[in-house]
Design a protein around this ligand. Sequence first.
Ligand SMILES: NC(=O)c1ccc[n+]([C@@H]2O[C@H](COP(=O)([O-])OP(=O)(O)OC[C@H]3O[C@@H](n4cnc5c(N)ncnc54)[C@H](OP(=O)(O)O)[C@@H]3O)[C@@H](O)[C@H]2O)c1
Length: 244
Amino acid sequence: MIVKHLKKLKEEADSYYKQTGLPFVVLKSAMTLDGKIATSTGDSKWVTGETSRHHVHELRHIYDGIMIGVETAIKDRPQLTTRLPDGNGRNPVRIIADSQLRLPLDSPLVDTSEAQTWVLCTDKADMEKEKRLTGYGVNVLRTGKGSRVELRKAMKKLGENGIQSILLEGGGQLNWSMLEASLVQKTMIFIAPKLLGGKNSISPISGEGFTRMGLAVHLDKLSIERFDEDICISGYPIYIKVEK
Ligand SMILES: NC(=O)c1ccc[n+]([C@@H]2O[C@H](COP(=O)([O-])OP(=O)(O)OC[C@H]3O[C@@H](n4cnc5c(N)ncnc54)[C@H](OP(=O)(O)O)[C@@H]3O)[C@@H](O)[C@H]2O)c1
């Protein structure tokens, strides 16, 4: 059953998918007040408090997929399952952007007994590793001939395979690539009242970044919610085609 306050979120995702055939992608990140999602050593447990994290599990329950980059899979060893107090959460399909199939075989994501795992890689990825992953029930989708997963192609393929909505949980590099490709339809940034510092700490959106302030992606229809000590700012990116 979908909790009442989540119904609207699901409806906007369904409507976008119906119009485009592409998944509605929600970039969700949890950062400190000084804009860090993890320390320079990769530690990120936990940035936000319990109430925020509970809400994220509600989001996992309503969206079809949850997507991360392979660095997050390696560093955090996440399960990416839905853990709600009543135990009735629906698990989204776990989607990993992993061009060369670096996902370790002992990763909790390779255990597909509770939830499905789909790995996006390129044509160059090792066939032997693919065989081993598929042996564990992992679905491997080749989307790209270059050095990295071609994200627009990947979204098309995911849409064709019935993934109508995705909660994009980063990290910074994948978030940047998805935003740069105009593939993010909504952002939800949770901000915890903490200061972490560190020039090598990781930010929610890293990659190359835009080179001019004028190129920054603006967010429309902002809303602000409180989750105990944390604040969540949601918005909808406006993509404008400009010469770089
Ligand atoms: N607080 C939070 O909300 C939160 C959420 C998530 C993660 N984190 C933290 O973020 C850190 C990891 O972030 P990260 O930025 O280093 O890595 P990331 O975004 O998790 O993963 C990046 C990797 O994804 C693969 N990838 C495949 N196709 C890609 C594409 N088109 N564009 C970009 N990447 C692509 C690349 O590896 P290949 O080239 O091998 O494919 C790339 O190195 C961890 O420390 C984790 O704890 C925090």
